[in-house]
Design a protein around this ligand. Sequence first.
Ligand code: SF4
Ligand code: SF4
Length: 298
Amino acid sequence: MELTLLYRGPLASCDYDCPYCPFAKRRDPPERLRADRAALERFTGWVAERRDDRLSVLFTPWGEGLVRSWYRRALVELSRLPQVRRVAIQTNLSCRTDWLAGADLSTLALWCTHHPGQTSYDRFLGRCRELAERGVRYSVGIVGLPEHLDRARRLRADLPEHVYLWVNAAEGRAYPDEEADRWTAVDPLFPYSRYPHRSAGLPCRTGESVVSVDGEGTVRRCHFVPEPLGNLYDGSWRAALRPRTCPLAVCDCHIGYVHLESLPLYDVFAGGVLERIPAAPVPVHIPLPGRGPSPSGA
Ligand code: SF4
Ligand code: SF4
């Protein structure tokens, strides 16, 4: 069986304090961290036993996972399993990169988000350059808020050319054409993020070849449709897999709508759907500012 799993355990804490996030600077009590670790180890153990399947895994924690040793270990271990085609995680890239030395980099990838105000530009860019030097597959993104535009342009200029810089429309924000054009000049695929996608009744691969899994092993078709399909660990979910249409009105998150069959995103991101890396470089249309150190250091 060929299957993509989106895993999100109990972890709900972060080392950053982004003003647009409910998990900003939240701390998990020790018992939640222990539960998160146990749940993740159970999940990776399950993946390790699936020798006849071909699996792709994206970790989408609430909060930041890579500051926890068990996420770093899970990524390294899963990357080395022959049945794992891809393992990726969404991260703010605050952690060091030396742990990646143990991973199979033909399988591991990172979805990195830059949060201006939480880390210095030079520090974040330095981490990205470390990833490039190590040969890690990664994308970089930013939330499309007006105060982030200069930072986004600067990143586009300074990142290695082969690294895709994506822009996520800020939740609930309407983008007049002129503003949308500015973001599209940085990320030519921004039009896919600009509006929520009408999805009601449209075929979506989730529930057939893609599922979401929580810390207890509850399997759902995606993170947004609450109806369970079964439990991962008793095998009850397998019988529920079948072609499905979306029961919701809209899908407004990339990790959801990328799987809509009515969109061409499996072609656009062929080979990099989970880590959001396009199959071919996307041409950028902005006059790029000169490269060099950040004037503010911020
Ligand atoms: S880094 Fe991500 S999880 Fe952490 S506060 Fe910012 S948006 Fe939230
Ligand atoms: S379109 Fe989005 S919300 Fe609907 S089933 Fe697919 S991933 Fe879930």
